[in-house]
Design a protein around this ligand. Structure first.
Ligand code: ATP
Ligand code: MG
Length: 277
C-alpha cells in the first residue's frame, strides 16, 4: 500500500482538487484507492458528495478515540474509490491530540489494519503545519507538493521542505519526497511562466513536467460532489490529472507501459505493477 500525502502550508493551492482527481485517476486505472480527508474544512469529503457536517464516525474518531479506520471508510460513487472523511469535530483534534500518547503517529498506526485492502491512499491536509499535517507526513510513504503558479508560489516552500526533512529524520525515515507540480496555471499570463522558471530553479528535477491548468470545469466539479472524470471526462483538466498520475506512477517506479490513447477501462491491463529493484 503506497500512501501519498499532498501537503503545502499555503491555502488554496489545489491540494484538495488534486487529491480528489489523482485519486479518481488511480481508481479509473483499476487501483483500489482510499482518500483520507485530514482537513477540518472537509472539502475532500464534500467534494465526493458527502455531507461534511454529518460525516460520523470520521477521521477525528480515528485520531482521538483510536477507532479502527475501517469503521470510517465509505465507498464513493466512483468504482474503486473510497473515502475516510472529515467531520465537524476534526478541528478540535489539533488541540485534543497535544497531550496524547504517540500523537504524531496515530494515523500511521491506523493504516496497519487496511494495508491489504488498498493499493493507494491519498491524504488531503489542511493549510498549516500542525499535528494533522504531521500525522499525514508520518503516515506517508510519499509526499507531493502542489504549487500554485502565482507570484508568492515559493514563499514558505523552503520552510515546508525543511519540515519534510525534519519528519523524515525524527518520525518517518522512509518518507520519500516525490516532488512538486504546478496547479491553477494560466499559460496566457507571463507571470505564470516566470513562476514556472523560478520553481524549476529551486526544485530542479523535483518538479513534475505535467502542469494542471486553471480550468472552470475543475473548479465547478466539487460543487456537484463529483470528480472531473464524472463531471467532464473529456476536459483539459481530466487529461492533465490523468497525465500527472501517470508521471507520478512512472516516477514511483511502477513500470508504466501506458499508451496515452488507450481506453480508460483497459488501462489497468497496461500498467505493470511492481517496483523495479
Ligand atoms: P485549502 O488550503 O483551503 O485546503 P486547497 O489547497 O485544498 O485549499 P483547493 O480547494 O483544491 O485548494 O483549490 C482552491 C480553489 O481553487 C477551489 O475553489 C478550487 O475549486 C479551485 N481550483 C483548484 N484547482 C483549480 C484549477 N486547476 N482550475 C480552476 N480552479 C481550481
Ligand atoms: Mg483543501
Amino acid at each position: 500500500m503506497k500512501i501519498i500525502t499532498l501537503a503545502n502550508q499555503k491555502g488554496g493551492v489545489g491540494k484538495t482538487t488534486s487529491v480528489l482527481n489523482l485519486g479518481a485517476a488511480l481508481a479509473q486505472m483499476g487501483f483500489k484507492t482510499l482518500i483520507v480527508d485530514s482537513d477540518p474544512q472537509g472539502n475532500a469529503t464534500s467534494g465526493l458528495g458527502f455531507d461534511k457536517r454529518s460525516f460520523s464516525p470520521s477521521i477525528y474518531n480515528v485520531l482521538v478515540d483510536l477507532l479502527p479506520i475501517d469503521k470510517v471508510i465509505r465507498p464513493t460513487s466512483v468504482p474503486n474509490l473510497f473515502l475516510a472523511g472529515s467531520g465537524k469535530d476534526l478541528a478540535g483534534a489539533e488541540v485534543e491530540l497535544v497531550p496524547a500518547m504517540a500523537r504524531e503517529s496515530r494515523l500511521k498506526g491506523s493504516f496497519a489494519a487496511i494495508k491489504e485492502q488498498f493499493e493507494f491512499v491519498l491524504i488531503d491536509c489542511p493549510p498549516s503545519l500542525g499535528l494533522l499535517t504531521v500525522n499525514a507526513l508520518t503516515a506517508a510513504t510519499h509526499v507531493l507538493i502542489p504549487i500554485q503558479g502565482e507570484y508568492y508560489a515559493l514563499e514558505g516552500l523552503a520552510q515546508f521542505v525543511d519540515t519534510i526533512h525534519l519528519v523524515k529524520k525524527s518520525l518517518n525515515p522512509h518518507l520519500d519526497f516525490l516532488g512538486c507540480f504546478l496547479t491553477l496555471f494560466d499559460s496566457r499570463m507571463s507571470l505564470a511562466q516566470q513562476v514556472q522558471e523560478e520553481v524549476k530553479k529551486f526544485m530542479k528535477e523535483k518538479l513534475f513536467k505535467t502542469i494542471i491548468p486553471r480550468s472552470i470545469r475543475l473548479a465547478e466539479a466539487p460543487g456537484f460532489g463529483k470528480t472531473i472524470f464524472e463531471h467532464d471526462p473529456k476536459s483539459r483538466g481530466a487529461q492533465a490529472y490523468l497525465d500527472l498520475m501517470r508521471e507520478i506512477l512512472a516516477h514511483m517506479e511502477y513500470l508504466c507501459v501506458l499508451d496515452s490513447v488507450s481506453g480508460v477501462s483497459s488501462e489497468r491491463d497496461s500498467v505493470v505493477l511492481g517496483e523495479s529493484a
